[in-house]
Design a binder for this molecule. Structure first.
Ligand SMILES: Cc1ncc(COP(=O)(O)O)c(C=O)c1O
Length: 378
């Protein structure tokens, strides 16, 4: 049975921009512009300007953006890199693939790195910090940058979920040595397949990422400078992303309106925490609208039964996936979050009526729980 409120609706997303997207794709196909062509360079220039940095280097995924940025920061065997466990696995895998040890710290109430825990995680082996701007909210970057400066550490931002988010007016991906972005289809700026970018003001970091993504080859001279990777942002994806990029601020506004509507409808429910944190200095883009409750599993089952699709990012602490070989850290907040978070449907295509249906269902769930003699109030 299809959901009456799907988590996202990629078909509606495509329909809204179909003529321009079709033209961009057929333009590439008819001119044969398939690999490393004008469309890639143009998108990179536009994206760098949106982030407010000198360079954007298109790569084939957020993962590779992280991997190359960490290599640009000099991360290698014997080094430690501080990040969080409450993130997509790619953040940590990129550290491991550099031969370094991920040092995982806990998150605060906004699901982002807890700045109070940062300094005590620094050791003589620490080389870099990877703040993850989760769900479209930027970490406390003043605090992160202050610790990095004090200890001479590189900062590589995982901005995969925060395209266009700002902190004190500065855009995600413009704080540290490098910013790492994902254009996975369901990101606010998504391609029709995988894609990503490194953003930086540092010419050396930009050059390294440019070479590594193309098997180490300098396109001008044909010289191979490194053993690299096949990890270029696909030219057709770049053309599609250029069609979408001008809509970014409009889409951010639309997401923030949906979030405000959720807030309006849900804020009075006791036992339900909403993701509206201090907005004085941050503009969150709500890549995900994450609510939190100890009744998460029951609420999720109830919403599914009522035709509402939700997701859980993520149900199990990363270190419990044995295959990853991570030393189990003591991160009580991360553990609690895994049991309590639930992402509600939110995309530019989510209509106000659909938001109201979700709100109504969540309220009904809590009403039913209150009415149930066995369970009492949540
Ligand atoms: C926080 C975070 N980091 C890294 C990534 C990796 O991006 P990609 O899937 O493009 O490799 C993602 C993608 O979902 C992400 O959400």
């Amino acid at each position: 049975m299809p959901f009456r409120v799907p988590f996202v609706d990629p078909r509606a997303h495509y329909r809204a921009l179909k003529p321009a997207i079709d033209a961009a794709i057929t333009g590439c196909l008819s001119t044969g512009d398939l690999v490393y062509r004008r469309q890639l360079r143009e998108f990179e220039e536009q994206f760098a300007s949106v982030v407010g940095v000198r360079y954007a280097v298109g790569v084939n995924s957020g993962y590779h953006a992280l991997h190359f940025s960490l290599l640009a920061a000099g991360v290698g065997p014997g080094d430690e890199v501080i990040t969080v466990a409450h993130t997509f696995v790619a953040t940590v895998s990129a550290i491991v693939h550099c031969g370094a040890r991920p040092v995982l710290i806990d998150v605060g109430p906004d699901y982002n790195l807890d700045p109070d825990q940062l300094e005590q995680a620094v050791t003589p082996q620490t080389r870099a910090i990877v703040p993850v701007h989760l769900n479209g909210r930027i970490c406390e970057m003043d605090r992160v940058m202050a610790v990095a400066e004090r200890y001479g550490l590189a900062v590589v931002e995982d901005a995969a979920q925060a395209i266009g988010a700002t902190y004190r007016g500065k855009v995600a991906g413009s704080f540290g040595l490098a910013g790492c972005f994902s254009f996975y289809p369901f990101k606010i700026l998504g391609g029709f397949g995988d894609g990503g970018a490194v953003t930086t003001d540092d010419p050396k970091a930009a050059r390294l990422a440019s070479l590594l993504r193309y098997n180490g080859e300098d396109r001008q001279t044909g010289e191979y400078h490194y053993h690299g990777y096949t990890a270029l942002l696909d030219n057709v994806q770049a053309a599609v992303l250029s069609v979408k990029l001008p809509y970014l601020s409009q889409w951010i506004a639309a997401r923030r309106e949906i979030a405000a509507r959720y807030r309006q409808g849900l804020q009075e429910i006791r036992g339900l925490a909403l993701p509206h944190f201090d907005e004085g200095h941050c503009v969150d883009i709500f890549q995900n609208y994450v609510i939190r409750t100890t009744a998460r599993d029951a609420l999720r089952a109830y919403l599914t039964d009522h035709g509402i699709e939700t997701l859980v990012h993520w149900p199990k602490p990363m270190w419990e996936h044995r295959g990853l070989g991570l030393e189990p850290p003591h991160l009580p907040e991360t553990e609690r979050i895994c049991r309590e978070v639930l992402s509600l449907p939110l995309s530019v295509e989510t209509t106000p009526e659909q938001v109201d249906q979700v709100v109504e269902a969540v309220r009904a769930f809590y009403g039913e729980r209150v009415a149930s003699p066995r369970e009492g109030r949540a």
